[in-house]
Design a protein around this ligand. Sequence first.
Ligand code: PLP
Ligand code: COI
Length: 369
Amino acid sequence: MAADGTDSTDIPFERIPHPAPVPGATRDQALADPGFGSLFSDHMVQIDWTEGRGWHSHRVGPREPIALDPATSVLHYAQEIFEGMKAYRQDNGDIALFRPEANAARFNNSGARLAMPPIPEADFLAAVREQVLADRDWFPSLEGGSLYLRPFMFASEAFLGVRPAKEYKFLVIASPVGGYFKSGAPAVSIWVSEDYIRAAPGGTGDAKCGGNYAASLVPQAEAIAKGYDQVVFLDAVERKWIEELGGMNLFFVFDDGRILTPPLTGTILPGITRDSLITLAREEGLDVVEERYSLERWREDAQSGKLLETMACGTAAVVTPVGKVGGRDGEFTIGGGSAGQMTAKLREKLVGIQRGTIEDRHGWVTKIG
Ligand code: PLP
Ligand code: COI
């Protein structure tokens, strides 16, 4: 049931049969070790929006290429937003989503910033549900695997004037995934980008739009070239305060029972994992603060031992310890460079709720199918 009282199961979807789904044996082989983001399921959802008519033509059918006019607005002015969420196959066979209403709400916040029409929560939730039900055979068989869902929306009008488009397409695709990071390493290493910024006040930092990720590719490549896994961005104004990674929020755990995460001031993506960890950390008795934290203090606190752990979190990355940080002024390690206890505890709690092995006391889990 959506917040406005509409039942998402009432939204009518045309279900187009797939003429040639991937053969079961081929699919099952791929599902044993899917990696991240390169294996795709059989189906996709599409809904169209046209000025004057609104959302229409809800359908789920075979995943296939989309033909676009070369003047399609998104190809020129990047009017595009997306979400990242996961469906989990629980031990008893149930399929669960984690806080999908939060993804719907963030999607519409992103859309508002990019001058795109809102999609009703019930339509968003129904689209995700249709996608998962159509692809219910696409859950990875490996431990910790899930079906990553990518709802997205783009300006589909063929028009080169710079103004909000009058036509949009909303789609959902699905990708069976394992871990985001290559397994083996106890913690990830991150590189502080001091030459590039991700988001400035008044910009699009708190919107999940493709352009933010395009702008993160050069600094991310720089991090890899320096031998690190991920890039961390500083604020655009003082170039001093830690913001977030290219696709994850950060938490810092101290020896006095405090856990800090940078505040949502408009330049950081409001992560749903971030929000959930704030609640779970409070339940663990930690004093959660949303405060600015500088690169300088990060280095000092790591070196003095005041900072016990740093964790990166997001739907794709789940909760991942940060062991090593490098930047212009050299490198420092956190908690001896290995995974910390609180990171492991919070990860276990979050994953347990998502997978149905720990009681969901917050109404975060939605069962489908
Ligand atoms: N920050 C950025 C820039 C992201 O792309 C993501 C991933 O979606 C996050 C943070 C974490 O958000 P969430 O926990 O909702 O996945
Ligand atoms: C996610 O965690 O869902 C993200 O979108 C991060 C990245 C894969 C873009």
